[in-house]
Write a new protein. Sequence first.
Length: 291
Amino acid sequence: MELPLVVGVDGSDSSLQAVDWAVDEAAHHGLPLRLIYASLWERYEGGRPSLSTERPAEEVMAQHIIASGVERAQRRNPAVKASGEVLPDEAVSALLRAGSEAWGVVTGSRGRGELAGLLLGSVSLAVAARAVCPVIVVRGSEESRQGAFARVVVGIGDGAESSAAVRFAFREAEARGGALTAVRAWRTPAHAHVDHPLIVDDAAQAHEERASVNLDDALRQAAREHASVEVRRRPAEGPAHRVLVQASADADLIIIGAQRRHGHVGLQLGRVAHALLHHSQCPVAVVPQRV
């Protein structure tokens, strides 16, 4: 059975943007779309005896939100098979459970009722940090959400956490018919011979060359498997979180890996992932590396 793309809905503008993006993503990959609205009304209403024939207001609202979301998805692309479900659960738990049997989970950047000034909602952050499947937080400009740049960006980090993200990035670029930019940030240590400019230049060149080698190593296998994808390698000087936030300005999607560590619950989202989830100018995909 083909795994669905799951999208969390709650009636907020942010979740409606997530639905639109998820419909397009499902179409790119030929996936069914499953819309989920998590509501605990049954927990509080279900145990109370009632002589009223009217349905609880929360139940009516939940069914309206999910039906409206499915209708919106069908209007956007009738070819995408969309279904909806109200789950009697807390939002994070519902999306994590659904994500265990999903191609990916899509959320908006903020939920209904959260403060407008928040950069990222608590549900989106918790799901991105704990899901076992890729999580895409839909944020950024309308241009990027609509795929106007025809460019996917992947951040190449240290260690093995980049490999799943690289494979995901190549599949995304191939499905969208766009280019893939792989970014590896590098920095010259602050203590590197500050009194000798020529030595500093040599050190900078060495770090940049090492970043280029890291890029080649990380991309080699996936590039062979997706030969049609145009790949641009970009070693960039500066802190990784700043470099990648800047790279998101003209991208349709930016992808970062995260690794599940033994002895920890969930993924370990570092400074780079947090910076992108809070400040990216395009949708962000967090791809877990299963170890």
